[in-house]
Structure formats: C-alpha cells, structure tokens
Design a protein around this ligand. Structure first.
Ligand SMILES: *Cc1c(COP(=O)(O)O)cnc(C)c1O
Length: 818
C-alpha cells in the first residue's frame, strides 16, 4: 500500500493531487473494476485501444486516482480526482513494480518457456504452500502489463514469489527482468516452432535467457541438448540444475509408470525417490519434474515431497460458462479463490447478467494464502460483495462462517462442501447467474456437476476469447474511425444469439444486425443496448421495433411508407432508418434508378432520419467475380452521392462483409459488416483468426461387427473383417448432415480422423474404429480445429454458413473464456 503522492515521487513525475490517499492496486480495464477503493487507473495505450478513452468510465465507477499521459488534458469536471502525468504510462507501471520489488529480499522464482509456465507456477504454489507464504502471478499474467501487476502483489509477509514471464518480441525480456529481478529461474522448454517475431528457435531462447542473467540458480531440462549447451554458454556464472530422462540429468526420471500405475521413480544424488502422482499423462510428468527439483533445492525432505505431489490438483485455467438447472447460468471458477480473482470473477458475473438471468448468486469458499489477516480479509470480501448487489451469498468453510455477521442477512453458510451438497436441493437458483468460486481443497467441481444442466451429450463449445480475438483481427484491418456492425442473424450463425452479442458488445461493436424483429426484441430483453438493424422488417412488427429501439432496413417504398406511418403514430422524434441499395445481388433493396423518387419521398418524411445507406456484395470472396464486385462498389458510391446531395445531410455508408474487408479494403466507407469471419473463416487464409466453434460428442457404445455384417439403415455400411464400430449419439436431427454418410465425412478421436460408416440416422451415427484404440465415453470431435467447418462444408459441397446454422438448437451450447 502506498500513498498516491508516494507514487508520484517514486516516478519523479508531475502530479495534480486533489486529495491524497492510500492506493493498493492498478486497474486498466474499466469493465473489471468492481471496487474503486484503493484503485489507480493506468491509462495505457495498446495497439488496439487507448486507455485514455476510458478515463470517464473509470471516474464514473468511483476511481479517483489516475496515471495518465503528459499530453492528456484534465477535464474541468474531474477536479476531485488526482492525476500523475507520465511520459509513458506502461513504463510508469513497470517502474513502480520494479521499485516495489526492490523492497523484498526473498527468493523470487521466474518461470519462462514455451509451454507449461502456468501449470508449473501453480503447482509450485500448491507444493510449497505448507511452508511458505507465496505470492504468484494470477492466472497467466505474464505480459508487459501482467508481470508488473503480479509483482505489485508482493506483501510484507510474502516469503517466496513465483512469477511467470512471456514474450513475443525481441527486447521484451530485458524489461521483464528488471521488474522481476529473479533470484531463481525455471526454463520449462523451448518449442520447436519459432514464433512469428523470432527468426529462429535459438534467437527465441537467447531472448528468454535474458530473464535469468541475475539468477543464482536456473533449473532446466537436460534432454534438449541444443538448449542446454546454449544456456551454459550464455549464462556464465549461473548455476544450472537439470531434470530429464537422460543419464546426465541431476534429477533423473528413472521409471515412468504414470500411464498405468500413476507412479514415477526419480533419481537424485544417488538415491531413488518414488512418487505416487495424481495423473497419468506425459505432459503432466514433464511439468512435475521442475516442481520436484525446486522442492529438493529448497530443502524439502522426501516425505514432504511425496505428500505434496500426491495432492497436486490439475490446473484449469478456463472460467467456464454453462447452462445450469432451472434457467440458471453457471460460471465455474472452482479452481482458485483469492481476493484479486474474486473481483475479476464478479465482473464476469456482472457481464453475464441479462434479462433472462435476473438474480445474482455467489458461492464462495474460505480463502487461503492471501497474505491478509482473516479479521481484515472477510469483512473486506463482504464489502466487495455488498457493492455488487449479490442477491444470495453462500459461504462455505469454517472461516467464512465465523464472519457471517459481516454478510447480508439472507446469506447461507455451510461448514464444508458436503454440507452444502446436502442442502443444495432446497436452494433456488432459478434464473440466476451463479458464480461458483472456491479454493481447490473445497472441490467445488462437485457443485458444478450437480447444478449443470445435462440434456444431451452432444455440445457445441463456443470459445468467446477466440471470437473476440477474431473481432480484433478484423478491427486491425480498418482505417481509423471505421465502425463495425456484427451480423448475428440465425442465432448468431448457430452459436447463440445473446451470448455472442453480449461478448461483441463488450468488445465495443457499434451495431448488431439481425434478420428479424423478434431476434432484436430478444436481444433487448436480454439487456443488449447496442444499436440494432433489422434486415427483414415486416409492417406487423413495426410497433414492437419502435418500442425496443430497433432500426429497420428500408428496402422498398412499401416498407418506407408503412414505417413512416408507424413512426408518426407511435413515435415522437425522428427515427433512424437504413436504406438498402440493390447493387447487383438481386435480393431486397432499391435500384439505383429509384434515387430521385426516394429522395422526394424522404423529404416529405421529417420523422425519418437516414442513418445509413448500404448494399451487399454478391461475390466478394471469389476472384472470378472481382470485376462485378468493383461495379457494385462504384454503383454504391455514386448512389450514396446522389442521396446525400438530395437529402442535404450525410450518413454512414457500408457495403463490405467479412470477405469484402479482406479483399476490397479500399471500400470500407464508414462501417463494415462482419459475419463469418468472426467465427474464424477467412477468404484469404488469414492465419491470425482462431477457431471459435467445436462440436463434440462421445462414444456411447463400441461393438465388434461379425463377418459380412452391415451397418445402419439401407445396410450401406461395412467394415473390414474383424472390424469394430463406435456408436455416437449425434444424427442428422442434430445437424450432422446426412450427406456425410458412408465415409464422406470424418470425425476425430484424439489425433485420428475416423470415417463415418453407413447412413447417418436421426439421432445417432456409427464410425469405423477398427484400427484405433477407443473406449466408451471417449470424446469425439465432429468439427473444430480439425476437421474444420470448412472441411465439412467441402465434403458436403456447400458453404460453412450452412454447416454452422444447421446445428439444431437442442445441441447444448457451452461458452467459455480461456
Ligand atoms: C450476413 C450478412 C453479412 C455478413 O456476411 P459474412 O459473409 O458472414 O461476413 C453482411 N451483410 C448482410 C446484409 C448480411 O446479410
């Protein structure tokens, strides 16, 4: 905790301080601010956003301390706030973290490498918590912003710190090193691929090693000779301790019986240590070795190591959103519990509240290793919760129970998870958003399991982070000031109207587009307040559209006149409309020749305001139509000029869809309309896009097929002699197109593509697993990264749009963020 004025002097920066006070943590994203108390807002400029734009929002949320750019002008109405002016706000944050770090002379472990950083960090935290008070980076906070935020969490009583550091450019690691100043280092591994910004694997390694230049000891694998030799070369004077399978490793994996017996045997200084481990997979064994090595180095004895390793918990990094029983929505954050991630989780809860989910419920366990005394901690938790208007608070654990008096009267307390499980049936979660957040030892995943809705074993997973990534990728292609409209018609291309729209609203999309008025109404009822255009408005729904503030596409005189009548009857101020030109698609829209007539009618309609004029391209994704597309673009441009002249005012112009943005970037006008691209499908093979949707199912049964046996309706399917099939609970009624029958389509189990055999049935299908090792219950990917939606569309001779929108609504959608 520092005084705000201390921070100004630490930075040696100009400040305007209206009231000085204690500050305890930096914030950047106004959406995540729950408790303004003690928060300093750092207005940081990144490639895609400028934090200064959000200062008013932060102020509105109650933040009064700001670190801003020297060039920023303080508006008059912010006089009760205090400001520090820095040349570079990110560097200022890093500098403060660096100075804060210097006040501690404790062991500080820094972890870097290509994979496994977060797991190794969290496992070290779990493994050493019995003897240390540990400060570790939350989640995977390892960036230029994440590292200083993590380091600032060092507290008076911290006895060991574990931070991860990640980089994507040459030159970045030096800055992180100066903030973390590690005394010990762990290099998890160096992946074979060099990322886009590095020329080679060795260049990437060299950059990472800069983290360790001031370390006493660095731990790394010995099996990758190239990495080890290079590191020896580069880190002169630093002790290297190694783990590995090979002979010369200091900590050597002698026997790997993980897969069958959950057991490994290690060799260390001439003795053997056998460890019972709580997992079977190879990757986890790889990640465990550095953890054990550090424990040995820090002087843990064999008994302690055995005990701590046995109770390691898998690290889940996703906060999952799932449909729950009784109309509820479950946010599963049952993997960690501390005060920082509580605030983050509460803001996720807030973001997911909408018209359908009215109540807010929080189930929270006792917290451990927060570094704050209980008598301060729990009242503070209660305060945060009361600010967040939680309707029902459920506390689990003896500590929370002891502080029950600090919490709202209707709160419920249970001494442990079993206790709560027994009472779960009597608590109503109807239509609530339920945030489930607990320390690992409470095993809250059992609550999630009970509250989760289980309808059908096929799910469509929707990766919201990938969606937002794709949105950003498209935004980066736009000229400054160009707006975005996201088309969310057809249930958001099959992935969920409300969830997709909420996410895009958070990503600050300017407009949403739906096909029909009722979709727009549904969005409004769910609390979406972004402007919405209805593409196929019908006169019978005009009153409803006015009531919900939905803006029509006007494509004919009939619609124009009828909408004008409706506005004159129900409205009391000019209402926005969007004029659609048919520039060659021959779908809805005016012809360019209608220009004059249209202007003369619009001029007599003072209650209508042309907000935008737009058109749609018929072949923007195919080179063979480029001539035609250019004709459409030119026609549109000249039509807009005519209308603008005639009306005497300007409006937003938009014509590009996703492929248009990728291929006809000169014609962005004032807005573009994004659709399929948001789901990761590109017309130019854009590699920065990520897959958003994964359709998954499970093996319900495996059976041998007798010689000559046929499979499915029409007896079309055959397997080779002695072959086997697996039955999957997904059929054409779910959206698995029957055209994929008889080997046309493939699904994936593990890394193997497996052909569909025989005709697809209504609710199930069969696949040929003669050559692979599967068991009942195994996961099967129908599409996702591989096969991709594109692969399926190609097999069916159709387009990805049809595959996505064909997935039946009965398939449960599961939303998650990484
Ligand atoms: C669906 C639609 C879009 C989006 O097209 P994509 O090819 O999915 O990017 C844009 N504009 C209109 C009018 C649409 O109907």
């Amino acid at each position: 905790m520092y005084l705000f004025s201390d921070i100004a002097s630490m930075l040696n920066a100009r400040a305007e301080i209206s009231t000085d006070g204690q500050v305890r943590r930096p914030v950047f994203d106004t959406r995540l601010i729950v408790d303004p108390e003690g928060a300093v807002f750092f207005a940081i400029k990144t490639e895609t956003r400028d934090g200064h734009r959000f200062i008013p929002a932060a102020y509105e949320k109650g933040v009064r301390y700001f670190v801003v750019s020297e060039r920023w002008q303080v508006p008059d109405n912010f006089r009760d706030a205090s400001f520090i002016f820095a040349e570079d706000t990110l560097k200022a944050l890093q500098a403060i973290a660096g100075l804060h770090r210097q006040r501690f002379s404790i062991p500080v472990i820094a972890i870097t490498g290509s994979n496994g950083k977060t797991i190794v960090k969290d496992w070290l935290g779990q493994a050493l918590s019995f003897r240390e008070i540990i400060c570790r980076s939350p989640r995977s906070y390892n960036s230029q912003i994440g590292v200083p935020v993590s380091v600032l969490q060092l507290k008076e009583n911290t006895s060991l710190a574990v931070f991860e550091a990640g980089i994507s450019y040459v030159g970045e690691m030096g800055r992180l090193e100066r903030i973390i100043r590690p005394t010990l280092g762990i290099l998890t591994n160096i992946g074979a691929a060099h990322q886009e910004h590095f020329e080679s694997r060795i260049q990437k390694l060299d950059e990472k090693l800069k983290l360790f230049t001031g370390c006493k000891t660095v731990f790394m694998g010995s099996d990758d000779r190239e990495v080890l030799d290079r590191s020896r070369d580069r880190l002169k004077g630093v002790e290297l301790l190694t783990w590995g399978r090979g002979e010369d490793a200091e900590l050597r994996l002698l026997e790997d019986r993980a897969e069958r017996e959950k057991l490994i045997v290690l060799g260390w200084k001439g003795r053997k240590i056998s460890l019972e481990i709580p997992f079977r997979d190879r990757i986890s064994v790889e990640n465990l070795l550095p953890v054990v090595l550090v424990m040995l180095y820090l002087g843990c004895n064999d008994e302690e190591i055995k005990r701590q390793v046995r109770s390691l918990q898998p690290v889940a990094m996703r906060m999952e959103l799932k449909d729950g029983i009784n109309g509820s929505l479950i946010i599963n954050d049952s993997y960690n519990s501390d005060i920082n991630t509580l605030e983050l989780a509460l803001s996720v809860l807030e973001q997911n509240q909408n018209g359908r989910h009215k109540g807010r419920t929080l189930i929270l366990s006792d917290m451990f290793q927060t570094g704050i005394e209980d008598r301060l901690l729990y009242p503070r938790v209660a305060e945060i919760i009361s600010k967040k208007n939680i309707d029902l608070f459920i506390g689990v654990g003896s500590k929370l129970s002891r502080y029950a008096a600090s919490f709202p009267d209707n709160s419920l307390f249970f001494t442990d998870t079993d206790d709560l499980l027994d009472s779960l049936g009597s608590i109503s979660f109807k239509d609530s958003v339920v945030l489930i957040k607990g320390a690992r030892q409470f095993r809250f995943e059992r609550l999630v399991e009970r509250l989760e809705l289980k309808l059908h074993s096929t799910v469509l997973e929707v990766n919201i982070d990938a969606l937002l990534n794709n949105f950003r990728v498209f935004k980066k292609k736009l000229k400054p000031g160009v707006k975005t409209l996201a088309m969310v018609k057809a249930f958001g291309y099959g992935s969920g109207l409300i969830e997709i729209s909420s996410a895009l609203q958070l990503g600050r999309v300017d407009y949403l587009g739906v096909a029909f008025a009722d979709e727009g109404v549904e969005l409004r009822q769910a609390g979406i307040n972004t402007p919405i255009i209805v593409m196929n408005p019908e006169p019978r729904s005009f009153a409803l559209m006015l009531e919900y503030g939905l803006e029509p596409e006007v494509y004919s005189y009939r619609i124009l006149e009828a909408f004008n009548d409706a506005v004159n009857t129900f409205g009391n101020e000019p209402y926005p409309i969007h004029i659609k030109l048919d520039s060659g698609m021959h779908r809805l829209g005016f012809y360019a020749s209608d220009g004059k007539e249209l202007i003369s009618r619009l001029k007599k309609m003072p209650m209508l305001k042309v907000k935008s004029v737009f058109s749609h391209l018929a072949g923007s994704d195919e080179e063979k139509h480029d001539e035609f597309t250019l004709d459409q673009l030119r026609l549109f441009d000249s039509f807009c000029k005519v209308i603008e002249m005639g009306l005497g005012y300007s409006f937003i112009r938009h014509i590009l869809n996703s492929a248009g943005v990728e291929r006809f970037s000169d014609y962005q006008f004032e807005m573009v309309r994004l659709g399929i691209g948001l789901y990761g499908i590109s017309s130019v093979g854009e590699t920065e896009l990520q897959n958003v949707l994964t359709l998954k199912t499970y093996v319900s049964q495996i059976k041998e097929v007798e010689d000559g046996g046929t499979i499915g309706y029409g007896r079309k399917g055959h397997v080779k002699q002695g072959g086997r099939i697996a039955v999957l609970p997904i059929g054409y009624a779910d959206g698995l197109n029957r055209g994929l029958s008889n080997g046309k389509g493939m699904v994936r189990i593990g890394s193997t593509l497996v052909p569909i055999v025989g005709n697809i049935c209504m609710d199930s299908c069969m696949i040929d697993v003669s050559d692979i090792n599967v068991k009942e219950g195994d996961e099967v990917v129908v599409f996702g990264d591989s096969p991709s939606v594109m692969d399926i569309a190609n097999a069916l001779n159709t387009i990805p749009y049809e595959v996505l929108t064909g997935i039946n609504r009965r398939v449960k959608r599961v939303y998650y963020r990484e």
